[in-house]
Ligand binder design. Structure first.
Ligand SMILES: Nc1ncnc2c1ncn2[C@@H]1O[C@H](COP(=O)(O)OP(=O)(O)OP(=O)(O)O)[C@@H](O)[C@H]1O
Ligand SMILES: [Mg+2]
Length: 278
């Protein structure tokens, strides 16, 4: 009769112990993630409170008022961005295919989407004089891509937010894109100069929870889930996402999406989904 100790240990007992360990690790990761996100959410919400308090107390010139409102908008963008990632994390852990998602596909003009995101994140670049420029040509001649808009928007939101956060002062973020008529795909590149990334890290950045040492010391707050979420969403859309470091050290994130390969691939919304507001 095998015992639970020594070389004849029951394989089932051993398997059970390993599973318990994995579960405990997953639980620890979940708790850390929750603590991290809630900690990060408090900062922009407090800033919004503080700005509003500033506006309501004492006399504020119109010029100053406008500036404060712009800061409120910028902090609200950060809070919404964090909250969306948080909501997506739980959905993506459960759903693995486009069919499983209830959101409808819709044609999206990527040029317009990127211009809007750049406008949203630009205020965060002001402090370090970082400019985001979206090159219209040739992206604005590309056909609309058939995607789940809020998800694809979050992919670029995560990449652009990183670019602003990790950029060096007085540098420029460039967003360019083009259409490949042979493959029927649109590719977007986001390039920035800032904290360094080693070539051996370019694939690791998409791992769940991975953060480079430099990112950790420059910006201790961060979950390391943004690019993992982006990769999952791009895979669901049958696209590709990659990261590269250029010879001079610029970091470039590239996303390629099929234009209409996904037609008919998502589940139609059922009346009960609509009634439930899903
Ligand atoms: N533009 C960039 N330049 C240099 N390194 C980057 C850039 N974008 C991402 N990284 C590296 O990839 C890591 C993972 O990025 P990811 O967005 O997943 O997490 P995060 O930014 O650290 O945290 P969070 O997105 O939760 O705020 C970063 O910690 C950083 O090391
Ligand atoms: Mg990030």
């Amino acid at each position: 009769m095998p015992t639970s100790t020594g070389t004849n240990a029951n394989p089932l007992v051993e398997e059970n112990r390993k599973l318990k360990e994995q579960l405990a690790l997953l639980n620890r990761e979940r708790i850390e993630y929750l603590q991290n996100v809630s900690h990060q959410l408090v900062a922009p919400l407090n800033a919004i409170k503080w700005h509003i308090e500033n506006l309501t107390h004492g006399r504020v010139s119109i010029e100053r008022g406008k500036k404060v409102l712009r800061s409120v908008y910028s902090q609200a963008t950060v809070a919404v961005h964090l909250a969306k990632n948080f909501a997506l994390m739980s959905n993506l852990e459960a759903d693995h295919t486009l069919i499983a998602l209830r959101e409808p596909l819709q044609p999206v003009n990527l040029c317009q989407l990127l211009v809007n995101l750049a406008d949203d994140f630009q205020p965060q670049g002001w402090d370090k004089e970082v400019d985001i420029s979206v090159e219209n040509q040739p992206l604005n001649t590309a056909p609309a891509v058939l995607v789940i808009k809020p998800l694809i928007s979050q992919v670029f939101s995560n990449i652009i937010e990183n670019a602003v956060k990790y950029s060096a002062p007085r540098s420029e973020i460039t967003v360019v894109g083009s259409y490949d008529s042979v493959q029927d795909t649109v590719t977007v590149h986001v390039q920035n100069d800032g904290i360094r990334l080693k070539t051996e890290e370019v694939d690791r950045v998409f791992e769940r929870g991975y953060r480079s040492q430099e990112a950790k010391s420059a910006y201790p707050a961060g979950t390391g889930f943004g690019l993992y979420i982006a990769k999952r969403i791009v895979a669901i859309h049958e696209g590709k996402i990659s990261c590269a470091v250029e010879p001079k050290g610029s970091v470039v994130f590239s996303v390629t999406l099929p234009v209409k390969a996904l037609e008919g691939k998502t589940r139609q919304r059922e009346p009960k989904d609509r009634a439930a507001g899903r």
